[in-house]
Design a binder for this molecule. Structure first.
Ligand SMILES: Nc1nc2c(ncn2[C@@H]2O[C@H](COP(=O)(O)OP(=O)(O)OP(=O)(O)O)[C@@H](O)[C@H]2O)c(=O)[nH]1
Ligand SMILES: [Mg+2]
Ligand SMILES: [Zn+2]
Length: 399
């Protein structure tokens, strides 16, 4: 049989559909894909008025080659894209694939960075078990998360525990300074992953995450010139990293000695988060926040046993995807524990987030206290939230 037109390989593949609107993952400005700027490749074209004197210029191209790449003023071929407002580079996938922004929130030292690095590492390696395939949208732009993963999971000198440093509140490679409208703004560097949900045969989506310093979530830290937590205005789900070991009431409930002084009130951090979510979405102060919340109770290697929770078996089904029953069981145990030991935290959750799931997790896992890091349930808060977002059957979890 002769091949039909559909069987023949097309000489020219149609261009991929573009998303209707892009939201910059650094400043959250919304713009049409065709308004994206290109980044000059010619090394002589340095010095951009917005992104800084050491950055190549950004430009709106008027010349393209046959593949659709832009030609810079000096004739070089350019494919890297930047935001029309803050001029930070973003992966090309962002104009082709819909993106979901998620916020990871928690007080300083709660364990956000370790959890993020362990969760991403687990998701990359355990895709079949999780029912998700996770990869970098643009590996070149992910040096920071790669360094975090390598610090915890790369080959390590024996007996030296590898831990991540505290996240900086400014500077470093986590933030960039840009000059917009005559003032300097500090914008965060996002982590952007391509996620494919294999069971549903769903299309690829991007997952945009940030590793903020806990100080950014304290009351009074949300400034117009440092809009580093404005992702809360656009995020589709949030993970609140709660560290029971920072709180005296939790500690005594777990039979641990009193905490070191200076820990922040985590119910206040959650309340501040809820007020930013409402404020940046133009909601009334008494309205519930309409994004699902997963409370990730961190450092479970230190306390799960005291509550009779076992993390030995990861909460996924043999065929892939989260084990709803396993999550529901520990959710109930954790809510009851919070009711007894930290009713103020639970009251804050109930007032602001009608949909909420409590999940225990340990970024260091069995390896806590040694140089080996073996996360337990580290990806679970993310995978559960992702399934929830995709319309999975997690809706009836209530705090
Ligand atoms: N036992 C145990 N300790 C952990 C775990 N995760 C993090 N820690 C410790 O908790 C401390 C803080 O962890 P980070 O991940 O840096 O906390 P963070 O929330 O990113 O803190 P900031 O960057 O200051 O906001 C570090 O000393 C870690 O070693 C864990 O799963 N188990
Ligand atoms: Mg950190
Ligand atoms: Zn921007």
């Amino acid at each position: 049989m002769l091949p039909t037109a559909a069987h023949r390989k097309a000489l020219f593949q149609p261009a991929r559909d573009l998303v209707r609107r892009v939201h910059c993952p650094s400043c959250w400005h919304g713009f049409a894909p065709q308004e994206s700027l290109f980044i000059a490749e010619d090394p002589r074209l340095l010095g951009d008025p917005v992104s800084g004197p050491t950055e190549p210029i950004r430009f709106l191209p008027s010349r393209f080659d046959l593949t659709g790449a832009a030609i810079d003023p000096d004739g070089a071929r350019c494919t890297r894209l930047a935001c029309a407002r803050c001029r930070q580079e973003f992966p090309r996938a962002l104009i082709e694939v819909p993106a979901t922004i998620a916020s990871v929130v928690g007080s300083p030292g709660a364990g956000k960075s370790h959890l993020l690095a362990s969760a991403i590492w687990s998701m990359r390696r355990q895709g079949a078990m999780l029912g998700l395939e996770v990869s970098d949208a643009e590996p070149r732009m992910h040096a920071r998360i790669h360094a975090m993963e390598n610090a915890l999971f790369g080959s390590q000198p024996e007996a030296v525990p590898q831990r991540l440093a505290k996240t900086e509140t400014a500077g470093g490679d986590g933030y960039s300074e840009v000059r917009v409208g005559g003032r300097t703004e500090t914008v965060p560097t996002p982590f952007i992953f391509a996620v494919r949900h294999d069971s549903a045969r769903a299309e690829e989506r991007l997952l945009v995450l940030y590793d903020n310093a806990g100080e950014h979530f304290l009351p009074g830290a949300d400034e117009a010139t440092r809009p580093v937590t404005r992702h809360l205005g656009r995020s589709e789900f949030a993970i609140f990293v709660l560290d029971p070991t920072q709180d005296d009431a939790f500690r005594s409930g777990l039979g641990l000695s009193a905490a070191a002084a200076g820990a922040s009130r985590q119910d206040v951090v959650l309340q501040e988060m809820a007020s930013r979510v409402r404020q940046h979405r133009g909601r009334r102060t008494d309205e519930p926040c309409d994004l699902p919340l997963v409370v990730a109770l961190a450092k479970a290697d230190l306390w799960a046993q005291a509550l009779g929770i076992s993390l030995e078996r990861e909460p996924y089904l043999p065929a892939g995807g989260v084990d709803r029953q396993a999550l529901a069981d520990v959710h109930r145990t954790l809510v009851r524990f919070c009711e007894r030991t930290a009713p103020e935290f639970l009251a804050t959750v109930r007032a602001a987030f009608p949909r909420c799931l409590f999940v225990p997790c340990s970024a260091l896992g069995r390896g806590a206290g040694s140089s080996r890091v073996e996360p337990q349930w580290a990806a679970a808060p993310f995978v559960a939230a992702w399934e929830w977002r995709q319309g999975g059957h997690l809706e009836d979890f209530v705090p």
